[in-house]
Design a protein around this ligand. Structure first.
Ligand SMILES: *Cc1c(COP(=O)(O)O)cnc(C)c1O
Length: 405
């Protein structure tokens, strides 16, 4: 603004602190580039990436196949809106159908939007059949479904909801409490929405038999069953969808996070029976499934197949579990338990201050993780993380534990 620039350009951290909306509270750490499961900051310091941008960079940073797919598509056609078909988008829908059995995909740009689409589909499905009384959804306490008002209404944690009311149309019951679900299943219920493993809530798997019981209840009461696989999906737990491991198929699946490998894309998948619920004009989005995002997601799916990343998630997941169990055995005064499956696991602390201190100490020792549910240090590395990198990460976490106890 006319003021002469001084020699010293303001640092990224100071610009961010001054001009970014302060809703995140970042530490003054600037990450400049990544490769696989490694990140480097602007001073050249290397970090092991054990969180993958919140379970997003599913095939690691800058995977050559993904980089080529995105660059080629950007040079060809970046955006179209959904007025016309594009090859990457149609091929992605078919590839998801081949993997999941759900023949229809609606694409959007985030997890919250995939949940919005699922909730809107559930309501409009009954509306389109003349049943206008089904305006309610059952969701679970401690769940996380996103931050838009509809997804937030479904989210069952006070810390996300506080101050944003009114948030309506959802009844929350305790996670795992099948009797409470049954009690709340009246003719106003259009759907039951559930995460197979609660992610942001602290990496808490549904108790054995719970998803199956939900399927049964939903069928008996004519309600839809919606799975939020935004965090558990795209191979994270060792199968393409986590629900495959429970043998339960929902009516609708929401995907996002890992699907684009770092380019924003979300998806709502369903079968032919629900294809009429949202007729042309009733729902949509400008960017949803744009050619670049779709090409990125196709590259993720092809890489998962070609590099055997479902098996890798299972094998590395077993290595992670062994390592975390060993830490649990060595630090019984600090740690409480290990939870999760595949490459979505958590080391649970006894006290929140220990968990916070461990997160910071881990970063200082060179490994990036996230904290969920106040007590759980969450591990969601790329499915491509190597055996050595995982071993190194576990060693660095142990150093961090030594530093805080
Ligand atoms: C991250 C997440 C969401 C929200 O996704 P956004 O892309 O942040 O909107 C919803 N549900 C689950 C289970 C998630 O992990």
């Amino acid at each position: 603004m006319g003021t002469p620039m001084s020699d010293a350009q303001p640092s990224t951290a100071s610009l961010g602190a001054r001009h970014l909306y302060p809703n995140y509270g970042q530490p003054p750490l600037v990450i400049e580039r990544g490769r696989g499961s490694e990140l480097w900051d602007d001073r050249g310091r290397r970090y092991l990436d054990m969180y993958a941008g919140i379970a997003v960079t599913q095939i690691g940073h800058a995977h050559p196949r993904w980089v080529a797919a995105v660059a080629e598509q950007a040079a060809k056609l970046a955006h179209l809106s959904n007025y016309y078909y594009s090859a990457p988008n149609a091929r992605l829908a078919a590839a998801l159908a081949a993997r999941t059995g759900f023949t229809r995909a609606f694409f959007c740009n985030s997890g919250a939007e995939a949940i919005e689409a699922s909730l809107k589909l559930a309501r409009r499905h009954y509306f389109s059949r003349g049943d206008t009384a089904r305006d309610c959804v059952i969701a679970f306490e401690n769940s996380f479904h996103g931050r838009t008002l509809g997804a937030l209404a479904a989210t069952g944690q006070a810390k996300y909801r506080e101050g944003f009311g009114p948030l309506g149309g959802v009844r929350h019951v305790p996670f795992g409490d099948i009797a409470a679900v049954e009690k709340n299943l009246d003719p106003s219920v259009a759907a039951i929405l559930v995460e197979p493993i609660q992610g942001e809530g602290g990496v808490i798997p549904a108790p054995p038999g719970f998803l199956k019981a939900l399927r049964q209840l939903a069928d008996e009461h004519g309600a839809l069953l919606l799975f939020d696989e935004i965090q558990t999906g795209v191979g994270r737990t060792g199968t393409f969808l986590a629900c495959e491991q429970s043998g339960v198929l929902p009516d609708v699946v929401a995907l996002a996070k890992g699907l684009g490998g770092g380019i924003p894309i979300g998806a709502m998948l369903c079968g032919e029976d629900l294809a009429g619920a949202l007729p042309p004009g009733s729902h949509g989005t400008t960017f949803g499934g744009n050619p670049i995002a779709s090409a990125a997601a196709l590259a993720v799916l092809e890489t998962i197949d070609e590099e055997g990343l479902l098996a890798a998630a299972e094998q590395r997941g077993a290595q992670l579990r062994t390592g975390l169990d060993a830490l649990l055995a060595r630090y019984p005064e600090t740690l409480d338990q290990v939870r999760g499956t595949g490459l979505m696991q958590a080391l649970v602390f006894q006290r929140p201050d220990q968990a916070t201190a461990a997160l910071t100490a881990a970063r200082e020792s060179g490994v990036l993780l996230t904290l969920v549910g106040g007590l759980a240090l969450r591990f969601t590395p790329a499915l491509t993380i190597t055996e050595q990198q995982l071993a190194e990460g576990l060693e660095l976490v142990e150093q961090a534990l030594k530093a805080i106890v």
